[in-house]
Design a protein around this ligand. Structure first.
Ligand code: PEP
Ligand code: MG
Length: 329
């Protein structure tokens, strides 16, 4: 693998027949960016803000958050950095904000919590926009959206934070504060059937295939007892991912994917063929996915996808994709 990394490090992620893919970074701590940059990430596709909230005894202040976000935005000047608003609940809890529920993955998590606590949300997006003053490379992403009203409410709060901050700060370095792009995660299945309404409200979509798989298949992503059923290569999940790509292309909404599927060679080939041209993943997987993309033709990926779409079981999908990967070496 080390050889493969060295081979492709400074080269673009482009297929043999010229289809370019942007490989971005999933991150959650403000350290270790050097490695990811050296692997060739073209920006941050998912910054999980809940991670720096975890190892603490209370919520970080606006100033603390601003400094934290500055480190991330400053590490990628001129490259987009997508920061997700706090996504706690589910399996992620904060020691100073305990949540007791019977069904945490179907309960109070992500945007549901921050809309119930607008003071947490407003403080966080203010800190993000403050931190954005230097490079203006911030994009804001909303997790766990399951209806249109949540997007309207979040947009209203983001606008409020933007106007308040603008009038407090005036201009920064002689330039007025810019309002960042706002997008949502597609990770609750309901959203797949409201993409049109959502398209007019947001600047981009990003698929969270980890949760989308969990919610489509009704399989807890962390429960070992049902882990065999948790499979992003289940034909239903693949059809959903394909439908999302087709619809967002028709709606002209920029689309990316930031779940684990993007970091697997077979997954990346299928996603490429479906039309996902922005894939975000953990830093140590970037080189491997780049190598695969540089060693396949887009046309071949599309043929592979068309075969995969005829299978009715995940097992058939895996068997066929393993054969294809072996042929590629
Ligand atoms: C996802 O759900 O696919 C995702 C990227 O977010 P997280 O894993 O943080 O829930
Ligand atoms: Mg998720």
């Amino acid at each position: 693998l080390a050889d493969k990394v060295r081979q492709v490090k400074d080269l673009p992620a482009i297929t043999r027949d010229g289809k370019a893919v942007e490989l971005m970074l999933n991150a959650g701590l403000s350290t270790g960016f050097e490695h990811s940059k050296s692997a060739g990430a073209v920006g941050v596709g998912l910054y999980r803000t809940e991670i720096p909230f975890m190892n603490r005894s209370c919520f970080p202040s606006e100033l603390e958050q601003t400094q934290l976000y500055e480190q991330v935005l400053d590490a990628f000047p001129k490259k987009p950095v997508t920061m997700r608003t706090l996504d706690v609940g589910g399996d992620k809890s904060l020691p100073y904000f305990p949540i007791e529920e019977d069904n945490p993955f179907l309960g109070w998590r992500g945007i549901r919590i921050t809309l119930d606590h607008p003071e947490i949300f407003l403080l966080q997006v203010r800190a993000m926009m403050r931190a954005n003053a230097h490079h203006q490379n911030l994009e804001i992403m909303l997790p766990m959206i399951s209806n249109v009203g949540e997007v309207d409410e979040a947009n209203r709060l983001i606008n409020q934070a933007y106007y308040e901050l603008s009038s407090e700060l005036g201009s920064v370095n002689g330039k007025p504060l810019t309002k960042p792009k706002v997008g949502i995660m597609i990770e609750v299945p309901a959203v797949i059937f409201q993409m049109k309404e959502l398209a007019s409200r947001v600047d981009f979509f990003s698929v969270g295939s980890n949760d989308l798989t969990q919610y489509l298949l009704a399989v807890d992503r962390n429960n070992a007892r049902v882990s065999e059923l948790y499979d992003a290569y289940h034909p239903a999940v693949l059809r959903a991912l394909n439908a999302i790509a087709q619809e967002s292309s028709e709606l002209l909404v920029p689309l990316s994917l930031c779940g684990e599927l993007a970091s697997e060679p077979a997954g990346a080939i299928l996603l490429l063929a479906m039309g996902y041209d922005k894939l975000s993943m953990n830093p140590h997987n970037i080189a491997r996915v780049k190598w695969i993309i540089r060693h396949i033709e887009y046309q071949r990926a599309k043929i592979i996808l068309s075969h995969v779409m005829t299978f009715s079981t995940a097992k058939q999908v895996h068997t066929y994709l393993n054969e294809q990967l072996e042929q590629m070496g």
